[in-house]
Design a protein around this ligand. Structure first.
Ligand SMILES: Cc1cc2nc3c(=O)[nH]c(=O)nc-3n(C[C@H](O)[C@H](O)[C@H](O)COP(=O)(O)O)c2cc1C
Length: 106
């Protein structure tokens, strides 16, 4: 017999309610994914660009883009990545540049 597991993360309870309904519907097991460091309400304030969740969203997006082609940057040092993103987000005068070979960004 097939076993089904509904696993979920829910910051404020919305997804939790859906997961419980799904579990009841499927008659499955259920597992809540919990963060190692719990989120406060202020951490979850996604309208605040300086909140923990805004920072993490920006950092993870940056990581997924710049660790892949064509950049392949090495961001395996998480401390270095955190520091870099903090500086980037806190400095609205940051300077960015691209290197072009003929018409192509390299
Ligand atoms: C960290 C975080 C980021 C969010 N970002 C957005 C967003 O960019 N746009 C939006 O419309 N809602 C956003 N929301 C609202 C959630 O999508 C919405 O409240 C959802 O129902 C939360 O489900 P949950 O409480 O189960 O985690 C965000 C919520 C959280 C906690």
């Amino acid at each position: 017999m097939k076993k089904i597991l509904v696993s979920y993360f829910s910051a404020s309870g919305v997804t939790k309610n859906t997961a419980i309904r799904l579990k009841n519907l499927l008659n499955s097991d259920i597992f809540e994914i919990e963060p190692l460091e719990p989120y406060t309400d202020e951490d979850l304030n996604w309208m605040n660009k300086n909140s923990r969740s805004s920072f993490e969203k920006t950092r993870d997006l940056f990581f997924s883009i710049f660790s892949a082609e064509p950049w392949n940057d090495d961001w395996s040092d998480k401390e270095q990545l955190n520091t870099y993103i903090k500086e980037l987000m806190g400095n609205f005068n940051s300077l960015s540049y691209g290197l072009f070979l003929e018409d192509e960004l390299i």
